[in-house]
Write a protein that binds this ligand. Structure first.
Ligand code: HEC
Ligand code: HEC
Ligand code: HEC
Length: 338
């Protein structure tokens, strides 16, 4: 624009007007200059050279790693331990301070016992804080740096979340496919990558895993399972010399019982595990739980660490105490008979 201004000044005529009308005034009585013939080959070569250089520069830029999107490794322990009850939330959805507080309070995690071994918890804590909202330059991460002062641990309480989901009827979050606002994956197919590029709503596809589960084939008992039961029997005998074996009937009663003493939102095993051992359950955060009966889900009660961890948590949640070896054995006896 400066060039237009200067040129107009030097030639004493408006270059801008010439651009619009296509006509320029020759100075004084100057003769019309000889017009150059067009040189199409030269033009083609210069256009090609320009495209070559510009294309090369652009593709080199495109190959650079994206800025503000750290190369986050998959963290197996995080996905496993924090993905049991709800999706393992993308670390960019909360600021580091929230993750730190959350990892320090797993014994009462939104009314549930989510305790982990100390070293696992520490490891996951470092991962979450390293890749917290502050480390990302995505739109969601920027917005989620602001938490609700009253509920700094809830993504769904953050002002940005409230604002973007205000248009969704509350009933939608109560449908069986969604069940909880925290079940992001029910509606956002790119939730695991932390993208949240618009809604990508896929509520129906959520019911598919349940159908597949119902169709799963029964399998025969495995020896790791027998070992778990034998261990419990040994413990029960040590606790009570009069121990006369486990009872599936007592296990069935335990499954339905509402003993009190636990956390108010989880009065009974069937709160989460479904009305019967054959039916799938759902965590309070909306993630489906495969049926508990071994005739439905072959891998049930085959990993001693898993059995120990969940008896620990779930008995604490429902009964407010550890289950006795006899109660655990009864429960397993019931599930093996189903
Ligand atoms: C035993 C089940 C269980 C486990 C294991 C568990 N959570 Fe949760 N989590 C819950 C429940 C229940 C809620 C509350 C859901 C609700 O009210 O809708 C919740 C909520 C959350 C929320 C808030 C979601 C929201 O609605 O904004 C975050 C974040 C979260 N959990 C992170 C974690 C992390 C990190 C771990 C692993 C250390 C973990 N959870 C393990 C049960 C669990
Ligand atoms: C019932 C379905 C549903 C659930 C569950 C849900 N969302 Fe959404 N979300 C939507 C819809 C629909 C929109 C688009 C709203 C609009 O554009 O008006 C949206 C928008 C968003 C946006 C804004 C995207 C943008 O760039 O504008 C973010 C971020 C987001 N959701 C994150 C989450 C997170 C995190 C969770 C879980 C804690 C979650 N959502 C749970 C349906 C859902
Ligand atoms: C708050 C929800 C909740 C309640 C209440 C609950 N559970 Fe669980 N339970 C889970 C989740 C989530 C898992 C892990 C997911 C899975 O195994 O599919 C699990 C897994 C288990 C396992 C391990 C299964 C395996 O395959 O090794 C046992 C055993 C178990 N629960 C026993 C119980 C007993 C006994 C009660 C009642 C005293 C109970 N649960 C109540 C949520 C719950």
């Amino acid at each position: 624009m400066a060039g237009v201004a200067v040129s107009s000044q030097v030639e004493r005529q408006s270059l801008a007007r010439a651009m619009v009308t296509g006509f320029k005034r020759l100075p004084g009585d100057a003769a019309l200059p000889r017009l150059e013939p067009a040189r199409p080959w030269l033009a083609a070569v210069s256009v090609a050279a320009f495209l070559g250089v510009a294309g090369g520069v652009l593709s080199a830029l495109a190959a650079l790693p994206p800025r503000g999107v750290p190369d986050m490794p998959r963290h197996a322990a995080y996905t496993k331990e924090c993905g049991d009850c709800h999706p393992a939330y993308h670390p960019s959805l909360l600021p580091a301070a929230s993750w730190r507080t959350m990892m320090a309070g797993l014994a009462d995690h939104f009314g549930e016992d989510a305790r982990l071994r100390a070293d696992t918890a520490a490891d996951i804590g470092v991962f979450l804080q390293t890749y917290a909202a502050e480390s990302w330059d995505t739109k969601a991460a920027h917005r989620f740096r602001r938490v609700a002062p009253a509920e700094p641990l809830r993504i769904t309480a953050a002002p940005f979340w409230k604002h973007t989901h205000a248009g969704i009827a509350p009933a939608v979050f109560k449908t069986r496919a969604v069940r909880s606002p925290g079940n992001c994956n029910a509606c956002h197919r790119d939730a695991d990558a932390g993208g949240f590029h618009g809604p990508m709503v896929s509520i129906l596809s959520r019911s598919l895993p349940l159908l597949l589960l119902l169709a799963s084939v029964p399998a025969s008992a495995e020896s790791p399972r027998e070992r778990i039961v034998a261990d419990l029997a040994a413990q029960a005998r040590a606790a009570d010399p009069g121990f006369a074996g486990f009872s599936a009937a007592r296990g069935a009663a335990l499954y339905k019982a509402r003993p009190g003493g636990g956390k108010p939102d989880t009065p009974s095993c069937d709160t989460c595990h479904g009305a019967t051992p054959q039916t799938p359950g759902q965590t309070r955060a909306g993630k489906p739980i495969e049926p508990m009966a071994v005739s439905r889900v072959a891998h049930r009660y085959t990993d001693p660490e898993k059995v120990k961890k969940w008896f620990g948590r779930n008995c604490e949640s429902v009964l407010g105490r550890e289950c006795t070896p006899r109660e655990k054995g009864d429960f397993l006896a019931y599930m093996l008979s189903q």
